[in-house]
Design a protein around this ligand. Structure first.
Ligand code: B12
Ligand code: SF4
Length: 498
């Protein structure tokens, strides 16, 4: 009887390679039920096409699962799906993850996809595997869109699962070593993920649609067990909690701190938070400091009150200023991220954002400012309809969505994209050192060399808000970005030669 399932994580185009958390969670459930789960990760597995081929030659899986975020990952996922459909047409191809959930119908219309799993996959993938194994109908399984006899069927949505009733991530399904980043201090960092969703509703974020503002989490005990297991097996120095909103339940954070302090592991930590949770919570700050938290990542987003109102973050400015102060008091480094290019945003408002970033740095000299990201309107987010009203052209097919790549989308309301790109680039290089210390997994000598050379120039531009003639952009574009993209993606037809 078939019991095998293959999960594939396609290239993303990003140099940061965190573990495919969704597969670790789903894989744990499927394994418990007696299925054999294999995960292939195109980003980290050597000679991925040959590995895929040899798996399919030897195994007839119940299905092949493919995960996709909007953008470049779809292109890689489609190329893989096309290869499998052509050479192994009997194997059902199942897509899941953020993009197929946001646009399930557009996804299923693609001729190389048989089934779409919407939202969380643990229970749905399990029921799907059982139905395919037992040759049963799919129409009783919640959370599916699938093709049947030339028609498209859709079942009712599945409510959120109770995470505490599920086993959590099974790290033995991957080679953990491949996901350990090493920063410039040679610290071995692993990203983990311990909660889902966020109660807030920022205009640009997927959370309102995907998680419906419901925050759920693994309990503190299982988080601690996970950290202890990972640390004792992989000699980690640093854990990065990449949850959308790690601090959403401060009581859980305190319990985790308790357990970590008792375990005396030689670890430091980073996590995301909204400034709301920390700006006047001295007890929380004291405890996380004692536990070894080094950095807290917060979205500051914009310095313009009008833009902050538009994105539903009206109080963010004053809260971030207070958070910068309290972080200073407890010697925790705050990392602030920003977005530019929202509908209707003027150059003056972008400059206000720059001033706000400088103000945060002047309050707290240790504060890290990340590069200003250019706004990308993602389907289903609160601002998406406004973006369409303002002239955004959206792709009509899955292939089209694969080209909807962050930083490369025409925003009709932006009069001067060169200006925005220059701001984004200057913010990156002006803050280059700190950024690399926190996020580094890039070891390219060329990248480091050019970045250092550009840093001084960028700092001058940053201080004087001068963004004319950004010739650095061409250098980066030609030398670094295109090179790294070329290196990280298999040619689209790499499967044809197999
Ligand atoms: C980690 C992460 C990354 C990692 C990659 C993911 C990885 N594991 O390596 C990195 C750092 C590379 C990354 C990059 C980017 N990311 Co990102 N990322 C995340 C983050 C924080 C966590 C994803 C995750 O693991 N979640 C936890 C697991 C448990 O949930 P899950 O993946 O959704 O999986 C569940 C279900 O979706 C489903 N499922 C998922 N896949 C599959 C597959 C099958 C077959 C089935 C059946 C089910 C299924 O079942 C799982 C279990 O329930 C999310 C935010 C979030 N909270 O999800 C953003 C997020 C996915 N990223 C996002 C974005 C925008 C990006 C970037 C464009 C950012 C940027 N500006 O560069 C880049 C894209 C890369 C590129 N250049 O194209 C957006 C995606 C929006 C969209 N419409 O797709 C998100 C939602 C953040 C946000 N708030 O907007 N990201
Ligand atoms: S606080 Fe962060 S995770 Fe929560 S809705 Fe806003 S952007 Fe999304």
């Amino acid at each position: 009887m078939h019991k095998e399932i293959l999960f594939i994580y396609p290239q993303t185009g990003s140099s940061i390679k965190t573990a495919p958390f969704g597969y670790l969670h789903m894989g744990a459930v499927l394994k418990q039920a007696g299925f054999q789960v294999t995960i292939l990760d195109e980003r980290v597995d050597d000679n991925f096409p040959a590995q895929l081929k040899s798996y399919l030659v030897e195994t007839a899986p119940l299905f092949v699962g493919i995960s996709a975020m909007t953008g470049g990952q779809i292109a890689s996922g489609l190329s893989i799906s096309r290869y499998i459909k052509t050479h192994y047409p009997e194997v059902p191809i199942v897509w899941g993850g953020i993009h197929p959930t946001l646009l399930p119908r557009e996804t299923i219309f693609n001729e190389n996809i048989d089934i779409v799993v919407k939202n969380e996959g643990e229970q749905t993938a399990l029921e799907l595997a059982m139905a395919l194994r037992d040759c049963k109908s799919l129409n009783q399984i919640k959370g599916l869109v699938y093709k049947k006899d030339g028609h498209i069927e859709e079942t009712e949505d599945r409510p959120f699962i109770e995470l505490v009733h599920y086993p959590g991530p099974d790290w033995s399904l991957v080679d953990v070593e491949k996901y350990i980043l090493s920063d410039q201090r040679n610290q071995r960092r692993l990203d983990i993920y311990t909660s889902r969703g966020c109660p807030f509703a920022c205009g640009f974020c997927y959370n309102t649609i995907f998680n419906k503002r419901r925050w759920r989490s693994q309990d503190s005990k299982s988080v601690l067990n996970q950290i202890i297991w990972l640390t004792s097996n992989y000699q980690l120095d640093h854990i990065w909690f990449s949850d959308d909103n790690f601090m959403a339940n401060p009581r859980r954070v305190l319990e985790i701190c308790d357990g970590l302090q008792k375990s005396s592991l030689p670890l430091t930590f980073s996590a995301s938070a909204r400034p709301e949770y920390i700006y006047k919570n001295h007890e929380l700050m004291r405890r996380i400091k004692e536990t070894g938290f080094q950095t807290i990542y917060m979205g500051a987003e914009s310095g313009s009150d009008r833009v902050l109102k538009l994105i539903n973050r009206s109080r963010t400015k004053s809260l971030c200023l207070q958070a910068a102060r309290i972080c200073k008091e407890y010697s925790i480094i705050p990392i602030f991220s920003f977005i530019v290019g929202f509908p209707g945003e003027t150059k003056q408002e972008v400059i206000e954002t720059l001033d706000f970033a400088k103000q945060l740095q002047s309050i707290n000299k240790e504060a890290i400012i990340t590069d200003f990201k250019i706004y990308t309107p993602y389907p289903g987010t609160p601002l998406y309809d406004l973006a369409i009203k303002e002239g955004l052209k959206i792709p009509q097919t899955l292939d089209g969505w694969s080209e909807y790549v962050w930083g490369n989308i025409e925003l009709p309301w932006v009069k001067d994209m060169r200006f925005l790109k220059a701001v984004s680039l200057v913010s990156l290089f002006a803050n280059y050192h700190q950024e690399m210390q926190q996020n580094a997994d890039s070891k390219s000598f060329l990248t480091h060399l050019i970045s250092h050379a550009l840093k001084n120039l960028a700092q001058l531009r940053w201080q004087s808000a001068c963004f004319v003639l950004p010739f650095e952009w061409s250098i980066i574009n030609n030398l670094i970005l295109s090179n790294s993209l070329k290196k990280k993606r298999y040619p689209i037809n790499s499967f044809d030669s197999l």
